[in-house]
Write a protein that binds this ligand. Sequence first.
Ligand code: ADP
Length: 260
Amino acid sequence: RPAAPPPPRTGPALPGVRHIVAVASGKGGVGKSTTACNLALALSAQGLKVGLLDADIYGPSVPKLFGLSGKPKVIEERLLAPMEGYGIKVMSIGFLIEAETAMIWRGPMVQSAITQMLREVAWGDLDILVVDMPPGTGDAQLTMAQATPLSGAVIVSTPQDLALIDARRGVTMFRKVSVPILGVIENMATFVCPNCGHASHIFGHGGARDEAARLEVPFLGEIPLNMTIRESSDAGRPVVAVDPDGPQARVYRDIAAKLW
Ligand code: ADP
């Protein structure tokens, strides 16, 4: 008979923060950070008070995605003031270490870095703290899932088999620690040629939707593979922030509306 799942071991809630939602992926490069940023902005556009924690300690990209640099100020009692971008409070390990520092983290360091960014930052009053998780299903992910009560996790995947296998691992991991899966997002789904309008499915299509059905978790939507999304991210001006009513932003806003 399979062993009963262990009881959830979670740290105390963050005072003032009503919900913490993890954006995760089984592997890197599937667009998890881009999705986390734009979803955070879309939730903020719904009138919610939103924070964004970049817990991707191996490759923090939120500072660049938000066009933010500099060091957070230390305010009372060793607390760090979060940075602010497009109306969202942002904290990232990228603000705290040099960009060139090789990030070779040992388990306990991962744990303390994540715990500090959660608990030693003056997040203030937030409806939702969106957490851009490190990719994968190792120590850092488990630490995050257990450091504080997560309201749920969103899994980002491309339609490819390899990404989907890893996405499945992500779902299994969160289930093990009793974190509800809010749903799966298929990123880089369809590419519409800007010249001729032809739609192609460069990484395949529908795989994440099928996988969500198989895992019995909600499917939240498809995000196209789109030049504007990539260019605006690279420029530090996420598409939802600069063109909130444009077609690309709509995709993120529709997904955010399903979450909250
Ligand atoms: P991850 O956090 O999973 O490693 P990123 O969010 O850093 O992935 O995305 C990887 C690259 O893909 C970035 O250059 C990003 O701009 C680009 N990208 C992500 N999503 C899309 C999309 N829907 N369309 C076009 N480019 C995208």
